[in-house]
Design a protein around this ligand. Structure first.
Ligand code: UD2
Ligand code: MN
Length: 586
């Protein structure tokens, strides 16, 4: 029996649906079941929730042959995903210019045909997989800003060549007000040969998040598939994604992201044993699968199974269009880049859906270390990321937002200008989503939750007249450096037991250095080490006063030699006065 839920009416202006079906918390979709053996001896890793329509559906094999293999010249640069060596001294200037324009090796990319063959990186058994005959159609939404010609074209051709045509409702290319000239008439003209491709030029820079919302508004397929503009879809990438959504429309699915090497454009297979997590600075992180699960997946017969993932990287995924709008789409208050991947991930899980990586679906992506576009009115990428993350924290993190805020000394400034979030809060309320604590406990139980119950936190600033802060500049060394107000290496917490930890990390505290009082009895250097050892210093401190080592009665001071941080007899000297970024009333 098949129920197509995609008939829901979307109120596109408001980006919300008026009706909602079957969302709200479900039982039995806990990711913490990952790796546990269920009673029948099967792992509960690849299955979840409803399986409607599975038994009766007619099925066929997924795409299996790379249409770009033959009869093309196997010696063409980059053929079969091979690296192109860039040792070409005669082209050095062009190569450098290419890196500057694209933040990847554009010159090499330009040498590779728009249609190139790729190694089939799917795990064993994927090629034999069957999928339902009645898969939903998808609109593919690809936003770009200042994308290079060859990477954009290879992205589009890889979709056309490696997707069953009847499943692709349209390919929407959303040009986010790019200035590079090839992205205007030349692109329109080229794409006019492909009726399924529609190019939309935004008049004003929207940022990738609002550009995607624009694309979603125009899309007519049952499923939305978002892709970055420097990717290559591999053989059979699309059907396994759509098949998962057909079985359960609240599943949001990501392909395994292979790497297209940014220097050589070699197509490299991804590490399989990871899934998405995040850190408390609210950055996406790849995290290893639990050991038991990684061990199980070492056997080839399990490698095709999906991996339930707490978060998504953000760039490549498919989602039922109705479900996307029920979840409120993206927060339109987000700027340019960043944070939208966590926003969507959190609410997928908290509001009744699930998120998974499908290893049988492979898409390569050019990862790069910087961006080729500007940040509109913002001065840096971090400025926009903080803006977005503050909105994210206010709406979705409940009391856990305090942990994120503690990492950012300037958060008050961000909060003051984050804009109105009342609609987003209302959305969460109307959806009846679960708490962030539920998400932490059930979806990502392995994440370390720092103790927020501390006396003080933030930078430890010297008050002697020079803006110097305690800084953890290497694995074990601690010194005094110019304060930068960015947290990170200058972030410490003063615990209830009097010890000072680096960041939130309960395994690293300020300690005596190994040579404890051996070199000079009146001067002891400070180091970083285990909190539970006898070397960890227990500090007495009054707001904006000295730090006194309770064991010896000596005071924290800065030595004359560069960066030195020491315990010396207390003298009331001006460099013995300190203040923590933020004190908490206890
Ligand atoms: C990752 C994601 C990206 C997005 C981002 C966080 C992957 C592979 N990529 O960064 O999709 O989730 O994290 O926000 O997971 N673009 C615009 N307008 C802009 C800026 C970018 O259209 O103002 C386009 C850009 O051309 C590209 C896409 O958005 O196609 C993503 O940008 P990126 O490739 O610079 O981001 P990436 O891969 O570092
Ligand atoms: Mn990208």
């Amino acid at each position: 029996l098949l129920i197509n839920l995609s008939f829901l009416n979307h109120n596109l202006e408001k980006g919300t649906t008026t009706q909602s079906l079957n969302i709200g918390p479900k039982v039995g979709n806990r990711i913490s079941d990952v790796g546990k053996r269920s009673e029948g001896g099967n792992m509960d890793f690849s299955t979840s929730g409803r399986q409607s329509g599975q038994e009766t559906a007619r099925k066929h094999r997924v795409l299996n042959v790379d249409a770009t293999m033959e009869p093309r010249d196997p010696r063409a640069p980059g053929a079969r995903g091979r690296a192109v060596e860039d040792a070409m001294p005669q082209h050095q200037a062009d190569i450098e210019a290419g890196w500057k324009a694209a933040s990847f090796n554009q010159f090499i990319s330009d040498l590779i045909p728009y249609e190139r063959s790729l190694p089939d990186t799917r795990p064993p058994r994927c090629a034999e997989q069957v999928v339902a005959d009645d898969l939903p159609t998808t609109s593919i939404i690809m936003c770009f800003c200042e994308e290079s010609w060859s990477t954009l074209l290879r992205s589009v051709h890889s979709i056309i060549n490696r997707s069953p045509p009847h499943l692709v409702e349209e390919i929407l290319l959303i040009d986010d007000a790019s200035r590079r000239s090839h992205l205007k008439q030349k692109l329109d003209q080229y794409m006019s040969k492909f009726p399924q491709v529609k190019v939309v030029h935004l008049k004003e820079r929207a940022g990738l998040i609002r550009a995607r919302l624009k694309g979603a508004e125009l899309a007519t397929g049952t499923v939305l598939t978002f892709l970055d503009s420097h990717i290559e879809c591999n053989v059979g990438w699309l059907e396994p994604l759509l098949d998962r959504i057909r079985e359960d429309r609240t599943r949001v699915v990501c392909p395994s992201i292979d790497r297209i090497n940014e220097a050589t454009f070699a197509y490299e297979v991804a590490n399989e044993n990871v899934r998405g997590g995040f850190d408390w600075e609210l950055f996406f992180q790849w995290v290893s699968l639990p050991a038991v699960e990684a061990k199980r997946r070492a056997h080839s017969i399990f490698q095709h199974e999906v991996i339930r993932s707490p978060t998504m990287a953000g760039g490549l995924f498919s989602i039922d269009r109705g479900f996307f709008y029920e979840l409120g789409g993206y927060d339109p208050g987000f700027q340019i880049w960043g944070g939208e991947n966590l926003e969507l991930s959190f609410k997928i899980w908290m509001c009744g859906g699930s998120l998974e990586i499908v290893p049988c679906s492979r898409v390569g992506h050019v990862f790069r270390k910087s961006q080729p576009y500007n940040y509109s009115n913002a001065s840096s990428i971090m400025e926009v990321v903080h803006h977005n993350n503050v909105r994210l924290a206010e709406v979705w993190l409940d009391e856990y937002k305090k942990i994120y805020y503690a990492l950012h000394p300037g958060v008050e400034v961000e909060l003051a200008k984050m804009g109105d979030i009342s609609e987003r809060k209302l959305l969460r309320q109307n959806l009846g989503c679960r708490s962030f604590q539920w998400y932490l406990e059930n979806v990502i139980p392995e994440l370390h939750i720092p103790d927020t119950n501390v006396r003080a936190r933030g930078e430890i600033r010297n008050r002697g007249g020079i803006p110097l802060c305690v800084d953890s500049f290497s694995e074990t060394e601690i010194g005094a450096f110019a304060c930068h107000r960015m947290g990170n290496h200058q972030l410490f917490s003063w615990r209830l037991d009097g010890k000072i930890t680096y960041k939130f990390d309960d395994s690293a505290c300020l300690t005596y250095r190994e040579d404890r009082f051996h070199i000079r009895p009146d001067q002891q250097k400070i180091s970083k080490g285990p909190c539970d050892s006898g070397e960890a210093i227990v500090w007495g401190h009054e707001q904006s006063g000295p730090f006194v080592d309770k064991a010896t009665g000596m005071c924290l001071d800065i030595t004359n030699d560069l960066w030195g941080l020491v315990l010396v007899p207390c003298s009331g000297g001006k460099f013995q006065n300190w203040s923590f970024g933020k004190y908490y009333d206890l």
